[in-house]
Design a binder for this molecule. Structure first.
Ligand SMILES: [Zn+2]
Length: 378
């Protein structure tokens, strides 16, 4: 990979791709340990890889305050969600070792500051609700009471759930450059891809050079389809229906926050770091329940000047197969009544699959349906 090869791609957020990986330092075993939750381990891994560029560690108070209040880092750069490490008490040394829940040491953190934070305010500002039934709020309320800030050096990365799909931002950028792509659209998903999402990824791809299908594989709600099943669905769909030289499938190791609009901006910034110039934002992106308005995750992008994000959001309506049009369509492009549309609710699809029945081909490719039926049977 040469510098010339990737310079055609969009620049990382803040201008430089961060790399916080490094060698295991001497004496790390004798440092005080902080045990991370699985969500914090996901964030640590994103920090290591530069997916959260320009962040080099867990956020200090100045960045945190401004992100919560204004969706900006202290520097003024747009940033949508806190990336913080919660601890029980302030550590004594100037360095601590960060460990996973299994006790394995992963990184060293240079202690910068320890500060109190207001969980309810963070919930209200970031999730637009203080309701504990919201999974992101519930996670926040269960956290330790202090935030520990500082730069991290990660010497042991967690094993990726899907090694063959594990690509850091430097690697996706190299892959795009190798294929000669300049304009690349990123697609975030935490669901199997049915015809509707296949359609919008292809509509987006028509206008750019390449498509990054970037399923989130970190923690999700327990009722979301497990990542292993989804990955199998993506594989059969890509094998059968996408041109291999225009599409890259790779895993996004983040945990879901379910922060709706703010998470849409956060997802876009992360994908910019992976080299995407464009990012697909559907209705209710990263939403849960009915905490967010249908278009909130699209409208929030109007709060910024285009150059501030650089990565361009592409907004989509829900789409469906229309029998009268004889094609996939959306309310934007189809004049026909709902009776002409092949639409199944999430509940209806789950019922069909659980009963071993294949949904209509206009709704789900049969290859995808077969994977899901098999998963439900297990
Ligand atoms: Zn129609």
């Amino acid at each position: 990979m040469t510098a010339v090869a990737t310079e055609r791609l969009i620049a990382p957020h803040g201008g430089t791709l961060v790399d916080r990986t490094g060698d295991r330092p001497e004496g790390v075993d004798s440092l005080q340990r902080v045990t991370l939750t699985s969500r914090e381990v996901s964030d640590l891994d994103l920090l290591a890889a530069g997916a959260l560029s320009p962040l080099e560690g867990f956020m200090g108070r100045e960045d945190y305050e401004r992100v919560v209040e204004e969706l900006r880092l202290a520097s003024g750069l747009v940033w949508a969600l806190p990336v913080c490490l919660a601890v029980e008490a302030a550590p004594s040394g100037d360095r601590v070792a960060l460990a996973g829940e299994d006790g394995r040491l992963l990184a060293v953190l240079e202690v910068d500051e320890v500060y109190e934070y207001d969980q309810e305010r963070e919930a209200e500002r970031c999730f637009r609700t203080t309701d504990e039934a919201h999974p992101g709020v519930a996670r926040l309320y269960a956290q330790h009471p202090l935030y520990l800030a500082g730069r991290v050096t990660v010497f042991d990365r967690p094993e990726p759930a899907f090694p063959e799909l594990a690509k850091d931002p430097a690697q996706t950028r190299a892959a795009f450059a190798e294929r000669g792509w300049k304009r690349v659209v990123g697609f975030q998903t935490r669901n199997p891809i049915h015809r509707a999402h296949e359609y919008l990824t292809k509509v987006a791809l028509e206008t750019v050079d390449g498509l990054l299908i970037h399923p989130l594989v970190g923690d999700t709600k327990s009722d979301d389809v497990p990542a292993a099943t989804r990955v199998e669905c993506y594989r059969v769909l890509l094998d059968g229906y996408y041109p291999a030289d225009r599409v890259l499938l790779s895993a996004f190791p983040a945990a879901m926050r379910y922060a709706g609009p703010r998470e849409a901006v956060w997802h876009a910034i992360c994908r910019k770091n992976y080299g995407c110039s464009h990012f697909i934002v559907g209705r209710d992106h990263a939403g849960v329940g009915d905490y967010y308005g249908t278009y909130d995750a699209q409208l929030i992008f109007d709060d910024f000047e285009p150059h501030e994000l650089d990565v361009e959001p592409i907004f989509f309506e829900h789409s469906f197969y229309c029998r009268a049009c004889g094609s996939m369509a959306s309310a934007k492009t189809c004049p026909h009544p709902a009776e002409e549309h092949v639409f199944l609710s999430g509940t209806k699809v789950r019922e069909l699959l659980a009963a071993g029945e294949v949904p209509p081909e206009e709704f789900t490719r049969h290859e995808v349906a077969e994977v899901l039926i098999e998963a439900y049977r297990a």
